[in-house]
Write a protein that binds this ligand. Structure first.
Ligand SMILES: *[C@@H]1O[C@H](CO)[C@@H](O)[C@H](O)[C@H]1NC(C)=O
Length: 168
């Protein structure tokens, strides 16, 4: 009985991790409230869901991740939370698009510690197995990204089933 409960909650946690990721990222940025000016972490946290919307520009979350580091500093806790945002899956509406959009701006993110991280993509997309494995490993060991956009890095690492999107 107990084992069953544990399995059910583990499955629920996995589903939640995927569909509730904006919430998780917002929460982890919210917890950075000891950094920056009072209220700054909360304000930045409140901006995270908007940049992860299906219709948001793919570069917007990278610019927000830079803003988080600029405002809150480069403490490892701040970098880790901002890195989560860079590596996050942007919402995806499979009935409106068949492939994800990745940012093609070579200047983003500007923060050195956030470069070389590639994002998760919807598991329904062909090639997502490669990309999602790359996304996970890039959080601990970023790929080489000198002169490359996130889109360029993803492609160099074997995932190209996406639309490159310039910063708007
Ligand atoms: C890209 O992914 C879509 C959705 O899974 C798939 O239909 C398409 O064939 C893929 N394209 C390439 C070039 O892999």
């Amino acid at each position: 009985m107990l084992a069953k409960v544990i399995i059910v909650s583990a499955i629920a946690a996995i589903a939640e991790a995927r569909f509730g990721q904006e919430g998780a990222i917002q929460a982890s940025i919210q917890t950075l409230n000891t950094f920056g000016q009072p209220g700054q972490a909360a304000t930045l946290a409140g901006q995270t869901p908007g940049v992860l919307l299906a219709g948001a520009n793919a570069c917007a979350k990278l610019a927000l991740a830079d803003q988080i580091v600029t405002a809150l500093g480069n403490d490892p806790a701040v970098i880790a939370a901002a890195a989560q945002l860079v590596g996050a899956e942007k919402n995806f509406n499979p009935s409106a698009q068949s492939i994800p959009t990745l940012c093609s701006d070579v200047t983003l993110p500007a923060t050195a510690a956030l470069r070389g991280i590639v994002p998760l993509v919807d598991p329904a997309v062909l090639g997502s197995d490669v990309e999602n494995a790359n996304a996970a490993s890039s959080l601990t060991k970023p790929f080489s990204a000198a002169g490359l956009s996130v889109a360029d890095v993803a492609k160099a690492q074997g995932f190209s089933n996406f639309t490159a999107q310039a910063n708007a």
